[in-house]
Design a protein around this ligand. Structure first.
Ligand code: HEM
Length: 403
């Protein structure tokens, strides 16, 4: 993608909502050069695509905006992975890849991790509670989700920061226009993360435990761990970790941001914390982290009256569907007193998010901590908030708060 188009894409990603509103009102589908795809923005159309995975394949779900340079690709070639992953798989292969993840993130496994998650949420707030100010993204939002999913997967806590860093670097490499030396450095960080994950795979193969890594190993091998298995397992783990922590980090940031931009609603939440679950649903509906993923048609289809050939790429905008006025009254208003309804922030259908309960629990713990301990929280007036230009981890770059 050239730099000028990338600059337009950045502008769109910082605030996609006015475009979504326009496109929802246009009959049929609208093609967007910035996304190189047809934008699917109405709730009914998004649901129709998600209901028909055999016509709308996920093969392109993770299509990068930037192709790394040959030198960066050479560095990546020395790492692990490059095998099918759940988000981009279809049909029987998708079911096979998804099953161990669903088992590893079962309600019982999520419940079992909650005491640890609660302890970590409280300990992170302890680190700044007496300071009167914090930059919440780096002090909290980028830390809790990695620690929690690290625990579920079975990572040594000492390895969590490197793995979280590797996830952010993988995103930069594939979605930001970086200079070549920066690309190489990012690729090296990604490979370091993959090596950590490969070490974990070898350890768990030798000594299985009750964790998600062991669950994945059992799903691909019933005996020896070959080099091919190691590549498959690292790809699986990398995908799962990135899907799990970057998204949750982002939603923690946007949720706190919107609550504090609406001080009346923040005060209401502090006075009536039983409203926390509804506030989480509203924040996820109003400004979700994963704004959308791509699909590609497997045969000629008609969607919203637009005829598409086989091989057409669509951008399925969960974030646009969640603001559809035909489904939500005052859809552009953030209102935590709204009765929660089934929004699309966690997708829908065969690919729907298997980590949604874990994400919601972390949001709950976060809001319980912050409303109880820091009810005087407000946005720092001298630090305007800028959103990161991304469709997959929408969040503030930084969130400076005072109390
Ligand atoms: C606020 C946090 C999160 C958001 C907004 C979110 C959103 C989503 C969405 C919209 C999808 C559907 C993608 C599609 O249809 O192509 C999805 C899939 C997925 N999510 Fe999440 N997610 C979050 C947290 C998590 C967590 C905590 C985990 C794991 C621990 C996770 C793991 C996954 C995986 C593995 C998939 C792929 C499932 C499949 O393709 O069958 N997510 N997520």
């Amino acid at each position: 993608m050239d730099r000028e188009l990338h600059a337009r894409l950045d502008e769109l990603q910082r605030d996609p909502y006015p475009l979504y509103t326009r496109v929802r009102q246009i009959e049929g589908l609208t093609r967007l050069a910035e996304l190189d795809a047809w934008l699917v923005a109405r709730d009914a159309d998004v649901r129709e695509v998600l209901r028909r995975p055999e016509d709308f394949s996920s093969a392109v779900a993770l299509l990068p905006d930037v192709l790394p340079s040959p030198a960066a690709l050479a560095v990546l070639g020395g790492g692990f992975g490059g095998r099918p992953v759940v988000v981009t798989a279809d049909g029987a292969q998708h079911q096979q890849l998804r099953a161990p993840i669903v088992r590893g993130l079962s309600p019982a496994r999520v419940t079992a991790v909650l005491p640890y998650a609660a302890e970590r949420a409280a300990a992170l707030v302890d680190t700044f509670a007496k300071d009167g100010h914090v930059e919440l993204m780096s002090a909290y939002a980028k830390r809790l989700p990695g620690e929690v999913i690290g625990r579920i997967v079975g990572l040594d806590p000492a390895d969590v920061p490197g793995v979280v860093h590797g996830g952010h670097r993988a995103e930069e490499l594939l979605f930001r226009p970086l200079e070549e030396d920066e690309q190489i450095a990012a690729a090296e960080d990604v490979v370091a993360m993959q090596q950590t994950l490969d070490r974990l795979v070898q350890e768990r193969h030798a000594q299985p435990r009750q964790d998600l890594c062991t669950e994945l190993i059992t799903s691909v091998t019933d005996g020896d761990l070959t080099l091919e298995h190691r590549h498959q397992l690292v790809a699986h783990l990398q995908n799962l970790l990135i899907a799990g922590h970057l998204t949750t980090t982002a939603l923690i940031g946007t949720t706190v941001l919107h609550l504090l931009r609406h001080p009346g609603q923040w005060e209401l939440l502090c006075a009536e914390p039983e409203r926390i679950p509804a506030a989480i649903e509203e924040a996820a509906r109003y400004d979700t982290a994963l704004q959308g993923f791509r699909r590609i048609t497997t045969r000629p289809v008609t969607l919203a009256g637009t005829e598409l050939p086989a091989g057409a790429t669509l951008f399925i905008a969960f974030g646009a569907a969640n603001r559809d006025e035909t489904r939500y009254a005052r859809a552009d208003t953030f209102d935590i007193t709204r009765t929660p309804s089934r929004h699309l922030a966690f997708g829908f259908g065969v690919h729907s998010c298997p980590g949604s309960q874990l994400a919601r629990e972390q949001l709950r713990l976060t809001l319980e901590e912050l409303t109880r301990r820091l009810p005087g929280l407000r946005l720092a007036e001298d630090r305007p908030v800028t959103m990161r230009p991304t469709m997959i981890h929408r969040s503030p770059y930084a969130l400076h708060l005072n109390w």
